[in-house]
Design a protein around this ligand. Structure first.
Ligand SMILES: Cc1cc2nc3c(=O)[nH]c(=O)nc-3n(C[C@H](O)[C@H](O)[C@H](O)COP(=O)(O)O)c2cc1C
Length: 200
């Protein structure tokens, strides 16, 4: 089959997300200028550079009480910083709860009973028990095509790794139990892992 997205799609559900999988989940913690913490998952998220390490996430659509965007982007516009927390299987329900369309004054750390620690290089909270957290200074917010679509880029200025996620000097994703986002309502855990050596 073939379709042009500009003309809609012929399937019962939009297949776009389901084809670009698995996607890592960046559980983004931010703090507003009023000092209130915010926590929300974003699966339009990835690493984009090594030196210096940089990540991005994209926000789509807007909340009624946030003008042209959602709380996360609004807070980053105010403070210029954010933290990306990785999500383990044990945290899946809290992560999902934190995605609710809560009013801007809801602190999802409290709402989902997630323990917070203060970041070290930025003024924001992080998820204390996350397998890893990346403290980031925003470098660019790019306005994308369409309404309310923004890509946020940041340089990683601090890295927290939970000690039990390290195995012989490597970050062990099986130990970390990271989950990833598929299409529709689906998620995945890491299954078989195999290695390949790149050609010289
Ligand atoms: C696993 C998961 C991934 C999500 N990924 C995105 C995303 O990439 N971009 C986006 O705009 N919303 C995404 N959402 C929805 C947001 O989390 C949701 O709109 C949330 O209320 C935004 O919170 P905020 O206003 O506090 O930033 C995702 C939700 C879930 C559960």
């Amino acid at each position: 089959m073939f379709y042009k997205p500009s003309e809609g799609h012929p399937l019962p559900y939009n297949p776009f997300n389901a084809m670009i999988t698995p996607r890592p989940i960046g559980w983004i913690s931010t703090r507003g200028a009023d000092g209130r913490d915010n926590l929300a998952p974003y699966s339009f998220f990835n690493a984009v550079a090594y030196v210096p390490p940089q990540v991005m996430f994209a926000s789509t659509s807007a909340k009624a009480d946030r003008g042209d965007t959602k709380d996360s982007v609004a807070n980053i516009r105010e403070t210029g910083v954010f933290c990306v927390n990785l999500v383990s299987y044990e945290m899946r329900e809290a992560m999902n709860q934190s995605a609710g369309p809560w009013p801007r004054d809801v602190d999802e750390f409290s709402h989902t009973q997630i323990t917070r620690h203060e970041c070290q290089t930025i003024a924001a909270a992080r998820v204390a028990d996350a397998p890893a957290s990346l403290e980031c200074k925003m470098t660019q917010i790019i306005t994308l095509e369409g309404a309310h679509n923004f890509a946020v880029f940041g340089e990683v200025t601090g890295v927290h790794i939970r000690p039990d996620c390290l195995n012989e000097g490597r970050f062990d994703i099986a130990r970390a139990g990271l989950i990833s986002r598929l299409g529709y309502q689906d998620y995945a855990q890491i299954g078989e892992i195999f290695s390949m050596t790149r050609p010289e």
